[in-house]
Structure formats: C-alpha cells, structure tokens
Design a protein around this ligand. Structure first.
Ligand SMILES: Cc1ncc(COP(=O)(O)O)c(C=O)c1O
Length: 444
C-alpha cells in the first residue's frame, strides 16, 4: 500500500517564523476575519500545505473549496505564467481579449444546456451574486426575491441580504437590500416542519405555494429564487432528490427565475461539473467563483441568452474577467474534465462510505452527508435529541489542526471535508485516521 509522509511537524505550532507573522497580522489586519487556527502558509502542492517553519499539513479545506485542482497545479501555474508574460490587464469591459470569450465558450459547453447562454465576469462570489440579483430585477421588472434559511451568498450588501447563515454576518449592518424573503430549506436531518422524507411530499416547497404565496408574497411580484443546490456555509445540507425539481416547477408556474448559486458546489466538486446536474434541473441563471480558477480571483454569472438582456453600461467591473484568471480557469476546466471530476466522484463515494463506518463507532457523528468531495458531518452530543455539538465541533477543528489536518467548520455544529479534487485514497485514509483520533479524544 502506498504510504504518505505528511502531516509532519518539525517545530511546535505555531513555530517561530509563524509567530512573527501572526504578531504583525494582529497589528495591521482587519479583526473581521475568522481564522480558526494559526496556519501561516509558505507553499502548497496538491493537498499538502507547508508552513513558514517547514511543517507539513494535509489540507482538507482547499482554501475554502477554491484550490479545486490542488495547490499550485503545474498546468494552472504554467497557464498563469504564460498569460502574465503577455499582458496582465486590459479591462474586458472596454476592450477585447481571447481568454474571456474562450472561457465563456467553455463554460457554456460544460453547462450542457439546450438554450444559448451568456456569461458575465466579476472578481468574486459575492460579485457574481450581485450581478445575478441586478439582472433578475432588470429582466423581470419585479421587485422581490426569495432565498433560503441557512443560505450563504456572500457579504456585499445584496449578497448579504440574500444570506441567512449566521447572525454575525448580519448584525450591525442594517438596513439591507429590501424585498428579500427567506424560506426554510430542504434540511431533512432537522426538518423545519418536523416531517419525514418521503412522506413529507417536499412540504418545504409546497409551503411556499400554499402559504407564502397565498398570504404574504404576491408571486407575480417575485423576480427570482436564489438557491444553493447543496447548502455550503449553512452546514453542507443536501436537500431531498426532488427538492430542486419541485422548486423549479413552482418557479415556472409563476414566471419566477430560478438562480442556482454554484459558487461552493460547482466545478466538479460533487462529481458532476455543476451540482444542479445531480438534481436534473437547468437553472435560468447560475453563479460560479471559488473553484473555477484554482485560486485566482474570478466570479462568473451565467444566464440564458434571452434573460441577459441588459444593454451596454448597465453592469460591469474594471477587473472582472481578468486575463490571468481566465487562463487559470481554462486550465482548471481542462483538468476537471480530464480526470479530476471522475476522481471526485470515486474518492467522494469512498470518503462517504468510510465516514459512515466511522459513524458506527463515534456517537458524536449525527449525520454524514454530501455528494462527491463536498462532504459534511454534523456533530451531536445526543443522537436521539440531535443536540448540536457546537463546542465539540470547534474543538474538533482545533484538535485536527494540532495533528496536522486542516479542516473547516460549517453551520453551527458541522465539519466539512473538501480536499482538492485530485486527493488520493492514502490521503483520504490519513485524514480519516486523524479524524478518528480527534473524535476519540472528544468522546473521552
Ligand atoms: C454558495 C456561496 N455563495 C457565495 C459566496 C461568496 O463568495 P465570495 O467569498 O467569493 O464573495 C460563498 C462563499 O463562501 C458561497 O459559499
């Protein structure tokens, strides 16, 4: 069996060089960032991160699902170098360059829609969401939108208004953009209506039609529904199989646009190029960022051609669709299509299977859920009552770090496992054995 020699520590953590940088950071950087542990990266390669003191970590975060092809994949680095040597910027909003249209053509092809699509470029997930929010209003001339409890769409004012993930995101920033109503998501482990799938008949979607649209919100004034195919920051929540189809039918009934936020779930992570493809729906608009350019900043909003009917000057961004980011994205898509997506499906299934095994011996694991390499585990202190293990989750992240495994939380009491799409079986086994140790320690 292939063995791996990481994680591997050569100093205490944080080491002397890291401590210097942490002190400097504390002095100068905004205190709004949420660092869970003191990792100071020097170099990344695949799923291995080396810190400034030479300690090596196994990365099951991919820089929050961004480094989809692994840290500094040679093909992506080469594409970046090539483009950087030609030109760095020429504002695609006012001039033309090939990388923008070539990437757009690729994105339209991998979406696999019958209809023609059009692509808008920004620099981040939130910008892609802002663009979608503006476009749905512009196109429909309707003022209202729906989004979901637990959703996270970003932190700019429009994206924040659509989000309903954590109070700390919202508190102190009112008033937000008006016209947004949050409705319960298809979160079966904690069904907001206390029902059980499949007997529930997807009550969470029916409720929108039978109650919300009858008593509170006139559906003909709703421009769009914004939905994550799988909720990310909210806790890696996979809705029931029919959820998205039912939601889309409801949208079609009232002429409401269906917007899929693929910023965390897209780009091969779930074993398909886009997570909505797992649910048999074709959104009217979708948004991409994070994994699309393997770490270079890029946000993308894609819409059906007839929906993207805004004219010149109505929306743009100076840096949006930067040529270096576009070339990184082209290289990223090539890698995803030529093996990484397949690996995500196979390794993801293996990871889920192994986590379900682990669940048998760890009472803290309440639920294991995910698709491909978008995998979450929800920790509970009591399986019957499903009491949220908030403190234990936070300690689990720290204990994993102490053992060299980089993890992130999501929701109040869940852990997410999102290694790069090229992760190997020995690397998954290593991550799982550390997780096993961590849970054992917490259950003592
Ligand atoms: C589903 C989803 N949408 C939007 C965003 C916001 O992206 P960004 O942080 O690039 O603005 C995120 C970030 O976590 C996300 O997970």
């Amino acid at each position: 069996m292939e063995t791996i020699d990481y994680p591997h520590f050569v100093t205490e953590i944080p080491g002397p060089k890291a401590r210097k940088i942490l002190a400097q950071d504390e002095k100068y950087i905004s205190p709004s960032y949420t660092r869970s542990y003191p990792l100071v990266i020097e170099k990344g390669e695949g799923v291995v991160v080396t810190d400034v003191d030479g300690n090596r970590f196994l990365d099951f975060t991919s820089g929050i699902a961004v480094c989809s092809t692994g840290h500094s994949h040679p093909a992506v680095v080469e594409a970046i170098r090539r483009q950087a040597g030609k030109f760095l910027h020429m504002s695609g909003t006012d001039f033309y360059y090939e990388a923008q249209s070539t990437l757009a053509e690729k994105i339209c092809r991998i979406a696999g829609f019958r209809e023609e699509l059009r692509v808008f470029y920004g620099n981040s997930g939130a910008e892609a969401i802002e663009a979608a929010l503006k476009l749905v209003r512009y196109h429909s001339r309707r003022p209202l939108v729906l989004s979901f409890m637990g959703a996270f769409h970003g932190r700019t004012m429009g994206a924040l208004s659509l989000s309903a993930s954590k109070m700390v995101h919202e508190k102190g920033f009112a008033p937000l953009v008006p016209g947004v109503t949050h409705v319960p998501y298809g979160y079966c482990y904690r069904c907001p209506y206390n029902l059980t799938y499949p007997e529930c008949d997807i009550h969470c979607v029916k409720w929108i039609k039978d109650d919300l649209f009858k008593r509170v919100i006139p559906p003909e004034e709703v421009a769009a529904v914004f939905v994550e195919p799988i909720q990310g920051e909210g806790g890696y929540v996979v809705p029931p199989p029919e959820f998205h189809k039912r939601l889309q039918s409801l949208c079609q009934e009232y002429g409401i646009l269906y917007v899929a936020d693929e910023i965390q779930s897209g780009m091969g992570r779930t074993g398909k190029m886009f997570a909505f493809q797992n649910f048999g729906v074709e959104p009217d608009l979708f948004t991409l960022a994070k994994g699309i350019a393997s770490g270079m900043p890029l946000g993308v909003m894609v819409a059906k051609k007839e929906i993207m009917n805004w004219g010149p000057g109505s929306h743009a961004s100076t840096f949006g669709g930067n040529p270096v980011s576009c070339e990184a994205a082209i290289a990223t898509i090539d890698l995803i299509e030529n093996g990484l997506m397949q690996n995500a499906a196979v390794m993801g299934a293996y990871l889920m299977e192994q986590l379900r095994e682990l669940q048998k011996s760890h009472r803290l694991i309440g639920d294991v859920r995910g698709m491909g390499l978008m995998v979450g585990i929800e920790l509970v202190t009591d399986r019957e009552k499903k009491t949220k293990a908030i403190e234990e989750r936070n300690r689990a992240v720290q204990l994993a770090f102490d053992r060299g495994l980089l993890l992130l939380g999501c929701g109040e009491n869940s852990l997410r496992l999102i290694p790069a799409l090229l992760v190997s079986r020995p690397e998954i086994d290593k991550g799982l054995s550390i997780l096993d140790e961590v849970l054992t320690e917490l259950e003592k």
